[in-house]
Design a protein around this ligand. Structure first.
Ligand SMILES: Cc1cc2nc3c(=O)[nH]c(=O)nc-3n(C[C@H](O)[C@H](O)[C@H](O)COP(=O)(O)O)c2cc1C
Length: 279
């Protein structure tokens, strides 16, 4: 049975929708997006080549800053290269087992090469050049995810490759001004994944001015609602040596513990080595 938009909204936020959904929103695209869930277990069946081409066409139908088109997708089909990347991250075996694995790269190299061919100086060597390429790559990846999920596939983005950015860049021979934004596993799901409950729109959408009070107002309720749907088992509490076992361990405690330890603090150095000025 097809779920209504109101049911999917409730699934996403563990809250009732404020208004009756408009009839115009009752469509498959909206349903696909609201039903999103990350998949990490896949059947061995390959993704047909023609479907991959369509998904990539959808990916590159994403908007692009100034039409500069600064995203490059690197499909990792060589088994040795895939294994070399997967072995860097043994805690995420889906990187090696997914039928398709791609790396979405921000690419500021192409436009610089075009400047050279056209006899022009590239006069935008600053943080925004890096940022624009990152955004382009991210939305190209998201378009692929939506198209893939609408086609019965499941996906898992992989930012953990950036913990090993130098090695990944070596394996994939990423030249100057090209950098990995995220990997993406794609395949037919072999297990049902659950819908992750998001922060309420009352907290993440502000009107006319930034509203910090929304966090105080909404956070505890979110932790509680999310916990009712999926409570984090005690064995999954993070850094208990430092923080102990919490009696109530909600999303906010989990995320606060996560970011209390540095991660990937050498990424800026990697990006600078790839040629970017981040000023
Ligand atoms: C940019 C990005 C990077 C991510 N990196 C990883 C990753 O390295 N490994 C992983 O298992 N999941 C990764 N994820 C998936 C998130 O954990 C997931 O999106 C989040 O828990 C919310 O769940 P949902 O996508 O099912 O709604 C990533 C997601 C995004 C958007």
């Amino acid at each position: 049975m097809t779920e209504t938009i109101a049911e999917l909204y409730n699934q996403r936020f563990a809250q009732e929708m404020g208004a009756e959904p408009e009839a115009a929103a009752e469509n498959e695209v909206v349903r696909t997006i609201l039903s999103h869930r990350t998949h990490r277990r896949f059947l061995p069946d390959p993704v047909p080549a023609a479907l991959m081409e369509t998904l990539l066409a959808c990916a590159y139908s994403a908007p692009s800053k100034s039409d500069l088109q600064q995203a490059t997708v690197l499909r990792v089909v060589d088994e040795d290269k895939r294994e070399a990347i997967a072995s860097l991250i043994p805690s995420m075996p889906w990187i090696g087992s997914a039928p398709e694995f791609m790396v979405f790269c921000g690419d500021s190299r192409r436009i610089r090469g075009i400047c050279e061919r056209r006899g022009k100086l590239f006069a935008n060597d600053h943080l925004d050049a890096f940022f624009n390429a990152t955004v382009d790559a991210a939305i190209v990846m998201q378009n692929l995810i939506i198209a893939a999920e609408a086609s019965g596939l499941g996906c898992c983005p992989i930012s953990v490759i950036r913990n090993h950015a130098t090695r990944v860049a070596e394996i994939l021979q990423l030249p100057e001004w090209v950098f990995p934004v995220a990997g993406l596993c794609v395949g037919y799901p072999s297990a049902k994944a659950y819908v992750s409950v998001r922060l309420p729109l009352g907290l993440t959408v502000h009107v006319d001015s930034y509203d910090q009070t929304a966090l105080d107002r909404e956070l505890d309720g979110y932790d509680q609602r999310r916990n009712l749907r999926y409570s984090i088992p005690e064995v999954k509490q993070k850094f208990v040596d430092d923080y102990g076992i919490a009696e109530f361990y909600g999303w906010s405690e989990d995320k606060a513990r996560q970011v209390s330890r540095p991660e990937r603090d050498d990424f800026g150095e990697f990006v600078r080595r790839q040629g970017f000025l981040l000023d």
